[in-house]
Ligand binder design. Structure first.
Ligand code: KIV
Ligand code: ZN
Length: 508
């Protein structure tokens, strides 16, 4: 039979301990409401005794959220437990989560207590909390570095005192998956009353193993996983809820467990937490990073376009994204390019037009890391505004500087013959235009010149539009390139070719 596990979210408590994160009451309520929509079983809303602000936040979350258990953290101290209860008592389902450290390092240097003292305090405080609340979670802090035999004894004692959930924290992210799984297995087999409590795990990510350790624990009998949205938390953070849930779901064949999470809320939750905490999600972050469903290489894009499962082990829709993202770049193939053209509405282009546009796209992708839709639009529009190339640009060379007279050498081909001319000018563009006029033998007047960036960034495409006059007629030319001088030359040549065609100035 499939096992049902609980998801305990501590974004508002351990997640808020992320350096630089400080959420106000309104923000905490917004996150709590989204966690409720996401379907977590338990929300740890804060550490009530820590500050009046924390207390108020836990109490307000407890008042507003109806579908989840609301927990407050408390040390094994009466004043902490009193405050925690005061904050959660109005919840539909309240929980007090109390903890004390059990590793030799913490007991010796932090608590200055012996094992016996720690065990007695833990049991006494669970008994104390039990007077208030039925649902009590106990955590032996730094369990990952605690003596397993001591853990068995203290867990047995707190369950006897009334704990309904025993949480095993790898507080400093020290353990490795097989070892942590073995620890959970040991607890399951050596704590005689363990069947009376949930076994929870709480893994930190100092070695990048938080999700792997949590899943190893799951395989060994854990029934509750503690985690945070986007993996926020102390130092390197906690196990990320999105990673745990999607691993369990994608590998249901392996884990065979059920949970109550609505995975289609994952992306939205991640975005909300990222924007309210100000902690950006790295692009290559599993599940919710902006690249998690993006395909750049031509081979991958072709595969995904033929059959998504070739390179996608889960669908973007399953986490609430509308679609995957094909990154068009220098490795992209013709197939992905054509597909993108269709998605953008360019359905009426001929094979020849697509071929030309693809060549231009490749040339652009060589210069520009990512080709955006607006770049493609500019390429297609440039193509549409093309006229037959009576004159073709072969080469140009510009010499310009603040202490130099700008000079340009431009080579242009007509009827298979290349003519090269040099000219000076008032700036590099003017010099290039003068050289081009020499080649084509026209005396043009530049009426208007406009330059705009098609996209953002230093490598953006520049689009130049020129209006030139000749014998009373006005001719428009457009050119685009990542190099604004080249875009200017192309625009001027485009106008010259219009003159050539429309005025039949040169025959053909
Ligand atoms: O990491 C930890 O040990 C904790 C406990 C308080 C559960 O956050
Ligand atoms: Zn923690």
């Amino acid at each position: 039979m499939e096992k049902q596990i609980k998801i305990f979210d501590t974004t508002l408590r351990d997640g808020e301990q992320t350096p630089g994160v400080n959420l106000n009451l309104h923000e905490k309520l917004e996150i709590a409401a989204q966690l409720e929509r996401l379907g977590v079983d338990v929300i740890e809303a804060g550490f009530a005794v820590a500050s009046p602000g924390d207390f108020e936040a836990v109490r307000e979350v407890a008042r507003h959220i109806k579908k989840c258990t609301i927990a407050s953290l408390a040390r094994t101290m009466e004043k902490d437990i009193d405050r925690a209860w005061e904050a959660v008592k109005e919840a539909a389902s309240p929980r007090i989560h109390t903890f004390i450290a059990t590793s030799d390092i913490h007991m010796k240097h932090k608590l200055r207590m012996t094992e016996e003292q720690v065990l007695d305090r833990a049991a006494a405080m669970v008994r104390y909390a039990k007077k208030y609340c039925e649902d009590i979670e106990f955590s032996p802090e730094d369990a990952g570095r605690s003596r397993p035999e001591f853990l068995y004894r203290i867990l047995e004692a707190v369950i006897k005192a009334g704990a309904t959930c025993v949480n095993i924290p790898d507080t400093v992210g020290y353990t490795v998956p097989h070892e942590f799984g073995t620890l959970i297995n040991g607890i399951k087999n050596n704590v005689t009353n363990i069947d009376k409590a949930d076994i929870s795990v709480h893994c930190h990510n100092d070695l990048g193993l938080a999700a792997a350790n949590s899943l190893a624990a799951l395989e060994n009998g854990a029934t509750q996983l503690e985690c945070t949205v986007n993996g926020l938390g102390e130092r390197a953070g906690n196990a990320a809820i999105e990673e745990l849930i999607m691993a369990i779901g994608t590998r249901k064949d392996y884990f065979n467990v059920n949970h109550s999470i609505d995975t289609t809320q994952i992306y939205r939750t991640s975005k909300l937490v990222s924007s309210l905490t100000g902690i950006k999600v790295q692009p290559n972050k599993a599940i919710v990073g902006s690249n998690a469903f993006a395909h750049e290489s031509g081979i991958h894009q072709h595969g995904v376009l033929s059959e998504k499962s070739t390179y996608e082990i889960m669908t973007p829709e399953s986490i609430g994204l509308t679609q995957n993202r094909m990154i068009l770049g220098k490795l992209s193939g013709r197939h992905a390019f054509e597909e993108r053209l269709k998605e953008m509405g360019y359905t009426a282009l001929s094979k020849e037009e697509i071929k030309k546009a693809f060549e231009k796209f490749k040339a652009l992708a060589d210069k520009k890391k990512i080709v955006l839709d607006r770049d493609i639009e500019a390429l297609i529009e440039e193509k549409v505004s093309q006229v037959p190339e009576v004159f073709e640009l072969v080469s140009f060379q510009i010499n310009s500087g603040n202490k130099l007279i700008s000079t340009a050498v431009v080579g242009i081909k007509r009827n298979g013959v290349v003519t090269t001319e040099a000219a000076t000018g008032d700036g590099p563009v003017d010099a290039a235009f003068n050289a081009m006029e020499r080649v084509v033998g026209l005396d043009l007047k530049l009426e208007d010149y406009g330059l705009k960036a098609v996209t953002e960034g230093k490598d953006a495409l520049g689009e130049v539009t020129v209006r030139v006059s000749l014998k009373g007629g006005i001719f428009v030319g457009r050119g685009i390139s990542t190099d604004v001088i080249e875009a200017s030359i192309k625009a001027y040549l485009n106008a010259i070719n219009r003159i050539a065609i429309e005025k039949n100035e040169y025959g053909s």
